[in-house]
Design a protein around this ligand. Sequence first.
Ligand code: PLP
Length: 394
Amino acid sequence: MTRDDDQVNRNRFATIAVGAAENTPRFNHGSTNDVVAPIHLSSTFEWSGRDTTNEHEYSRESNPTRAALEKQVARLEGGEHGLALASGMAAISTTMLSLVPPGGHLVSSDSIYGGTEKLLTKLVAGHLGIDVEFVDAREPENIATAVDSDTDLIWAETPTNPLMRLCDIRSIADIANDHGVPFGVDNTFASPYFQAPLELGADIVVHSTTKYLNGHSDSIGGAVITDDDEIFEKLAFSQRIGLGNVLSPFDCYLVARGIKTLPARMKHHQENTMAVARLLKGHDRITRVHYPGLESHPQHDLAAEQMSGYSGMLSFEFDGSLTEIEAFVEGLTVFTPGTSLGGVESLVEVPSLMNPDQVNNESATTDIPETLVRLSVGIEDSDDLCEDLRSALP
Ligand code: PLP
């Protein structure tokens, strides 16, 4: 069942995004009856005595604004528990460090965000001596071959940054379940609007809230959502007591505010991206367009099955030199060259120009073509976006 097929569920998603969580009696913010969760900047809360337990005592451990956002992200992903962390990388590293002991075993998709790849190769494997096994997760059998009863965590991202590869969440979740191994999914590219990994059997969902959830390129943050009480306890302990990597109240407010328009933005992102993908597909200097919404994407059928839409990220391969790509980027006036993604404005990134160590890196787990261009398609008028690309391409 996808959200597109299920009008009721889809309506509920938007209702939750707008803030049903905030308006329940539980989120009735004190005597002022705020409709929006206020920003609680207090680092500490008055002790109410030996016989009463404070809901909040110290803001690293819990804070009312953060608690409201955590409830909201958990409900968006259909999970029990949410945590709001200082960045997407904080969310990923906290998950890995909490669940995999030094000397443990972690199986990861080989196609992942460059920062996650560095975390895994340099810190998780290099520093902690964890055995990290990278596999091509497009084939669930590769995961099945790598996992054994001693595996501590399976990790995947789908669709992946920047190659837009998918993995079959349900099949991998079945493998994880058979071995009693937790399975974590980075759902940043799809956003909870288009993909619900927990419903498909994953145990943990992670987001860089910096991207679609906040949506306005003005906050760095991360979130973890899980249904599993034991996993939640481990992660919450690491985050709140051991590592202290919490999202600030002001950033919590920004993300909570961004989430309210997530459904409206995601629909618009997708419509524009489909128009851009079709335009690029027909261009004679572009050899491949990586967008799961195109039927030519090798995993289009899987995308149609496990996602309810294809989101706003695509990449393409250009038949030409880096100098020509540079001229193309300079010729764009609506797309801004820059890293990051998921904001309302359109961005263009060329990994080999802007992130060269991601491309010319011998320890890279996947090859990123030198002439790959990644677009984060915003919510501007699609005619303007298409015209911008058309006139900047040679
Ligand atoms: N996951 C994915 C898929 C990303 O693209 C990124 C950043 O680009 C991250 C995680 C890390 O997020 P942050 O920059 O918020 O730490």
